[in-house]
Write a protein that binds this ligand. Structure first.
Ligand code: ATP
Ligand code: FE2
Length: 327
């Protein structure tokens, strides 16, 4: 069975084709230009509407498949920006109806976890999901994927991108921040904000911009942002791992491509006799293949999404998802 998955929760529209062994036959993404400011939901949705059909055709071509070969259509049902979600959902409904196959609505956060589990081979991990809009620590407990900690304000990637925009870095700023941080050495004071199991980043942004106005070197500020934010993420991830007694940590989301973050998580894991797993970059960021793969897993477990239940869910929480494939 081949599943076509459509991702469209935020700034990226993605189409992936995946078979039942999780062979990725195609995985194409297109991102809006975020250099001018934050994401405008309506503009992002227009971008997705313009691009989704051409990307579907290109993915089919790249995979060498015809529409008769598609056995299932999956889409990101939430959480995310309403207009973006609705665009991806509309395309998915239309495609599933026109080729006459089942439709599956997928939780975006669960998709990061499922693709990571499959491609890295870890079975029961604690997921550190750090992306533009999301920052969560998730693990399987009591029949659900539960959120053990999360950001109380913005996602870590959004904070990095906002900082980058203010200091003239291209969008997305993450890789530029990482490069600059390598040349920094001075650890400047930034507010380390861990509250229980949760984290907060907006105070760090304000403080980092103030350091810049005070004339600190950009390299040192980038270094300090990484050291402070990543230490916060590692602390809550470790606490969640101890709580649920798990010895696997999986990384997901665009920010985990950062080598310094990977190094810090790996050291934490090794010190507690645990193992870190990192999926390949194109499967870490928002992409259609993770939606397609999760669709296959859900479908095999008997889950279906009738059109009448396919409305998008902007605040779709990770722990609302039934996981019949886990029991
Ligand atoms: P979401 O999953 O919340 O919808 P998204 O679509 O914004 O979010 P991703 O595509 O997973 O997120 O990741 C994009 C983010 O990753 C951007 O904020 C970008 O700056 C950040 N990023 C990419 N590479 C790096 C890096 N090397 N270091 C730090 N951050 C990075
Ligand atoms: Fe994501």
């Amino acid at each position: 069975m081949i599943c076509l998955g459509i991702e469209g929760t935020a700034h990226t529209i993605g189409v992936g084709l995946v078979d039942q062994d999780c062979t990725v036959l195609a995985n194409l993404t297109k991102m809006i230009d975020g250099s001018k400011g934050g994401i405008h939901p309506r503009e992002a949705a227009n971008h997705h509407a313009e691009n989704v059909v051409p990307i579907i055709h290109r993915a089919m071509e790249e995979a060498g498949q015809s529409y008769d070969d598609i056995g299932l259509v999956a889409f990101s049902q939430g959480p995310g920006l309403g207009p973006c979600l609705r665009t991806a959902a509309t395309a998915a409904r239309a495609l599933s109806l026109s080729i006459g196959v089942d439709l599956i609505g997928v939780n975006h956060c669960v998709a990061h976890l499922e693709i990571g589990r499959k491609v890295t081979g870890c079975e029961d991990p604690t997921l550190l999901y750090a992306s533009g809009g999301n920052t969560q620590v998730i693990a399987y407990s009591g029949g659900r994927y539960r959120v053990f900690g999360e950001t109380l304000d913005v996602g870590i990637g959004n904070m990095i991108d906002k900082f980058g925009r203010s200091v003239g870095m291209p969008f997305p700023a993450g890789p530029h921040l990482e490069r600059r941080a390598k040349e920094g050495s001075k650890l400047l004071d930034l507010p380390y904000s861990v509250k229980g199991m949760d984290v907060a980043f907006s105070g760090i942004l304000t403080a980092a911009l103030q350091l810049r106005r005070n004339g600190e070197r950009l390299e040192d500020i980038c270094h300090s942002i990484q050291e402070t934010c990543f230490a916060m993420l590692v602390e809550v991830t470790e606490r969640a791992m101890a709580h649920v007694e798990k010895d696997q940590v999986l990384l997901g989301g665009g920010v985990v491509q950062n080598k310094r973050l990977q190094e810090m998580v790996r050291i934490m894991a090794e010190e507690r006799g645990a193992t870190m797993y990192v999926p390949p970059g194109p499967l870490c960021v928002d992409n259609g293949a993770m939606i397609a793969w999760t669709g296959i897993v859900m479908h095999a477990a008997g889950v279906r999404t009738p059109i009448g239940e396919s409305a998008v869910r902007q605040r779709f929480r990770t722990d609302e998802v039934d996981l019949p494939w886990m029991s």
